[in-house]
Design a protein around this ligand. Structure first.
Ligand code: URA
Length: 261
């Protein structure tokens, strides 16, 4: 068996476990459980040295800590530094990269997604996988691009969470709540004219509402700014029929930008 375990195979197995969200080794040394009798097994497992438990975090209110850290950030680089150093979100331990934002921070339009996926986690930039490529095509259709240096034709892109949830699971309420002060500060510092919320997670975070297929296309307000909920491009990849409504929402966004020019 051992002779079949090439370094490439071991690496592939490890990557597969990381992909599934494994973020922690249970012991420093592997245990061959076939070689253990039941009783001996219990003894040996008990004897495996464990890392000292981390100091208890119970006294810390993660939302209050995030609110204080976010408030101190005077500009976007300072905010990115404060977020990257924020220790209370467990997702950071399983993620490869911290994903802050992409595009032109001076853009009129700020897009808020959910959280990095696999490709974003590898590259450290939001919306670079298949959903991101569709997002780029959608906004290109109304003359907007993340690579434009002109704020009038640019977009700025971020997510509710800067770390990938294991196996791309939906973010938990507690994770959203603790990262929300950073997102609100992000919006305040970027000061876009319009916000676009992609899918349920940013709507849940910024509006306290989900049900994106019902609320999409209804203009609302976030921090005093016009905000438009749209279905997530990952949903559009699965549900081609929803593209017609997404196109209507993009046209509504374009009309809004043109009216305010
Ligand atoms: N989906 C998101 O919501 N954000 C990303 O960055 C990628 C996929």
């Amino acid at each position: 068996m051992d002779s079949l375990m090439t370094p490439e195979c071991a690496r592939a197995l490890l990557e597969w476990q990381v992909e599934l969200g494994v973020d922690e080794a249970m012991a420093d040394a592997p245990v061959d459980r076939y070689a253990l009798g039941a009783a001996a097994g219990r003894q040996t497992v008990a004897a495996v040295p464990h890392a000292a438990p981390a100091p208890s975090d119970d006294a810390v209110d993660p939302v209050a800590a995030a609110t204080a850290a976010a408030a101190q950030a005077a500009d976007l680089p300072a905010l990115a530094t404060a977020m990257a150093a924020y220790p209370h979100c467990e997702l950071r331990r399983g993620a490869r990269r911290f994903v802050f934002a992409d595009g032109n921070p001076a853009a009129r339009v700020m897009i808020v997604g959910e959280a990095p996926g696999n490709e974003e986690d590898r590259e450290g930039r939001p919306f670079v996988g298949p959903a991101g490529q569709l997002l780029d095509r959608m906004f290109a259709a109304i003359g907007l691009s993340r690579t434009s240096s002109n704020p009038a034709t640019a977009v700025y892109i971020t997510n509710v969470l800067p770390w990938r949830p294991p196996s791309n699971r939906t973010p938990e309420q507690a994770e959203i709540a603790m990262m929300l002060p950073f997102l609100r500060r992000h919006i305040t510092l970027a000061a876009p004219e319009v916000i676009v919320m992609m899918g349920n997670t940013p709507c849940q975070a910024l509006l306290g509402r989900a049900g994106i297929t019902r609320i999409r296309g209804e203009w609302t307000q976030v921090l005093g700014l016009p905000a438009l909920p749209m279905v997530h491009p990952a949903y559009l990849l699965r549900q081609q029929m929803a593209k017609r409504e997404a196109w209507a929402d993009l046209l509504s966004l374009r009309a809004r930008l043109e009216a305010a020019r």
